[in-house]
Ligand binder design. Sequence first.
Ligand SMILES: Cc1cc2nc3c(=O)[nH]c(=O)nc-3n(C[C@H](O)[C@H](O)[C@H](O)COP(=O)(O)OP(=O)(O)OC[C@H]3O[C@@H](n4cnc5c(N)ncnc54)[C@H](O)[C@@H]3O)c2cc1C
Length: 592
Amino acid sequence: MSTYTAPLRDMQFVLKEIAGLEEICALPGNEEMSVDLAESILEEAAKFASGVLDPINRGGDTVGSVCKDGVVTTAPGFKDAYALFRDNGWNAMPFDAEYGGQGLPAAVTMAVNEMWKSANMAFALCPMLTGGAIEAIAHHASDELKQKYLPKMVEGTWTGTMNLTEPAAGSDLAAISSKAKKMDDGTYRVSGTKIFITWGENDVAENIVHLVLARLPDAPPGLKGISLFLVPKFLVNDDGSLGARNDLICASIEHKLGIHGSPTAVMSYGEKDNCVGYLIGEENKGVGYMFTMMNHARVNVGLEGVGIAERAYQHALWYARERVQGAIIGDKSGEKKTILHHPDVRRLLMECKARTEAMRTLAYYAAAQIDKAKAGIDGAQARIDLLTPVVKGWSTEQGVELSSTALQVFGGVGFVEETGAAQYYRDSRITTIYEGTTAIQANDLVGRKLAREKVPGAAMKALIAEMSTDAEAIAGNAQLAGIAANLKAGIAALNSTADWILATYATDPAAVHAGSVPFLKLTGIVVGGWLMGKSALVAAQRIAEGSSDGYYTAKLATAAYFAAHQLPFAAAYAAEVTGGGASTLALAEPLF
Ligand SMILES: Cc1cc2nc3c(=O)[nH]c(=O)nc-3n(C[C@H](O)[C@H](O)[C@H](O)COP(=O)(O)OP(=O)(O)OC[C@H]3O[C@@H](n4cnc5c(N)ncnc54)[C@H](O)[C@@H]3O)c2cc1C
């Protein structure tokens, strides 16, 4: 049977050589972190992921969470695993020491989180949502709310949720109709129905802190009239103890294609007109505050793409080493061998391995920008803003593709549920939908992050300039000439397509948005190719210095594979973006 093993060697390489772990450890606020300590944390996390979370992943899928009369019972083992997760301090890892957190850098947290997602994505959603809620409260709530709620949330004793979606308000948050009214004592009463609320009700937490978007009676229409409220399942007394049950219930949980272990709740607020909420920040500024939470969550959902692809790959590789089927083309002995020897199975596995490594490198690199931005380093905020939709959109689209590719390695048994490969495919499918669909990420990329940026195109041009310099350095190593050539061509395609978008956006935004998803994929491929090229350069240097570590040889191979098999798509996407808008929009509505 395949069990999850954290890819520690690759994680450490990416953190040290690409994300700049040593530099991050030296940033103000990270004084207690060191490369050695980070490695020990990763090793402990790897044990927890393999030993505690992985074994309950199948039960999470086959039994799932159950809801009866508003009470959710999570899947077998989830409650105990969560207690261990909390007690071992894993929940507190990324947060400020002020509220009991351990203040780990984002880059280290990213690697640890990848393990949770690989081992058990449905479980990992619970701390992910709590983390997003903590960020929003920490940045925008009053000191009183922070003191009252954050310590228990950081500890993990209380979990958090985000409540945006309503039946008529999904991608379009302006359509939110949940209501709130102010009371004389300064609290609010919240009412409305929210759907699809991840971990909205559960039995692992003593209290659940819902962050709910709603409208005040005299609020302006649209996005500028939405406020954010903290709505606890149990009211909290001044001494921090739990008080009465608030007027909110979980009406039901959804039956879904995947992530069965994650209870996805329909939440009903204020059925008795007495659901107490507390305003976060100022009235009518809720959407902006919620974006603090969503940006955190978007990078983390992108990481789900990495985690699920890694797990699917490991399972497929295990099977490819076991399954004997047929003689191998070109092998004159005619001996029947494991399917790992078939050239096309090699291709399937290389697709998984190389593309997952590229996604991982991008995710950790992005996390390093979060750390650098926090320390005020020039350009880091612009870089992470630009890359957030790419990490989310590109990595999740790839996660779906690669969990399908991995399933193909199994042949017929991949389609059979007992094998487990189908679960990754089903679980991965939500990742391109929640936290903003791929289209919403792509809109963000071509709009706010490129054409409508303060200085239009500035962040993208800075990235392109840096990638071009690195491509020259890669070209300087004759062994990497093939990688460098394809990388340069990819960068040129990205550059000319970005120019086309900048020139076209004002006059024909529909044409730009018709190609925004291909542009997002083009960006992901080129940035992934750049980071794999940089990785190859380090590996080649280590080998030249005398290292015989097979890891470096493998990295050269995966980087070359990515350059040969993925970077050529850049030109195709460029052509699709710049020349495909008219045909996308050609069909009159009745002709569909
Ligand atoms: C399992 C699960 C968990 C979830 N967890 C949460 C949660 O915890 N909290 C929460 O608030 N929500 C949650 N959601 C909701 C999720 O975020 C929404 O489903 C998602 O944002 C899409 O909204 P929608 O379903 O209404 O689809 P719609 O917005 O109706 O979109 C339908 C299609 O139209 C496209 N589309 C819509 N608008 C545009 C546009 N402007 N440009 C281009 N294309 C567009 C979309 O890309 C999509 O293909 C969850 C959903 C699921 C299924």
